[in-house]
Design a protein around this ligand. Structure first.
Ligand code: 6PG
Length: 225
């Protein structure tokens, strides 16, 4: 595993933000655009805040997608899109037409999944992911149907939460040029150790060739490489 550990959540976020900025600048220089999928959950907040002030960011050529969404509308406090808007996108000059939200309020969610798959670019430059304390990533939860889904985006019913989610499939996540997984907090340490050891059968283990940005608390049980 390619794991970068940092002393604090702030420094972890700064490390991931630096990777985001460098990759964005290079993608825009080489291919004219940077196409990135953001994640939800609370962990990326710090990174989003740091990104607001990152120098020489080619925001005009950044295209924003989402790796998963809850079954709520854009205004909901649970919306991953809203988190990204509030913490990052409202503070940087990304053209609105280049922000592509998953329509979590649409029923059935399969319709929204198909629509989202249709608007995705041929290949994303990067996918930002988090990890839940049950080892899920995006909305690929343990023992759910989307773990086996073909296609690029799936509607996934999550019995544990008794709700539907929209999520990238493994195929979509692993087809991107890069994958970044941001993990902070002591609550994730045990799962992270097991993932490193190839144990537990956690959904996140299906993400290939990721760069992990981990704080000291989450990395406390890792074996040194
Ligand atoms: C979501 C996610 C999810 C998240 C992890 C980690 O919609 O919740 O995209 O995969 O990244 O659950 O969440 P925390 O950062 O809140 O721990």
């Amino acid at each position: 595993m390619n794991i970068r550990t940092f002393p604090t959540p702030e420094l972890t976020a700064a490390g991931a933000a630096e990777a985001f900025a460098q990759t964005a600048r290079a993608a825009v220089r080489d291919r004219g655009a940077f196409r990135v999928a953001l994640s939800g959950g609370s962990t990326p907040k710090l990174m989003y805040r740091i990104l607001r002030d990152m120098p020489e960011m080619p925001w005009h050529a950044v295209h924003i997608y989402f790796s998963d969404e809850r079954s709520v509308g854009a205004d909901s406090p649970d919306s991953n899109y809203r988190l990204a808007q509030d913490e990052l996108l409202n503070h940087v000059p990304v053209p609105t037409a280049q922000v592509h939200r998953m329509a979590g309020e649409v029923e059935p969610l399969t319709t929204a999944a198909e629509a989202y798959a249709a608007l995705l670019p041929a290949q994303l430059d990067a996918v930002l992911l988090g990890m839940g304390d049950d080892g899920h990533t995006a909305s690929l939860f343990p023992s759910t149907d989307a773990l086996q889904a073909s296609g690029r985006v799936a509607a996934n019913f999550v019995p544990r939460l008794d709700t539907g989610r929209l999520t990238f499939t493994y195929a979509e996540i692993n087809a991107a040029r890069e994958r970044w997984i941001l993990v902070t907090g002591a609550g994730k340490a045990g799962v992270l150790r097991q993932v490193q050891g190839g144990e537990g059968g956690y959904p996140i283990a299906g993400v290939q060739n990721a760069i992990w940005f981990v704080d000291a608390a989450a990395g406390a049980e890792l074996q040194q490489a």
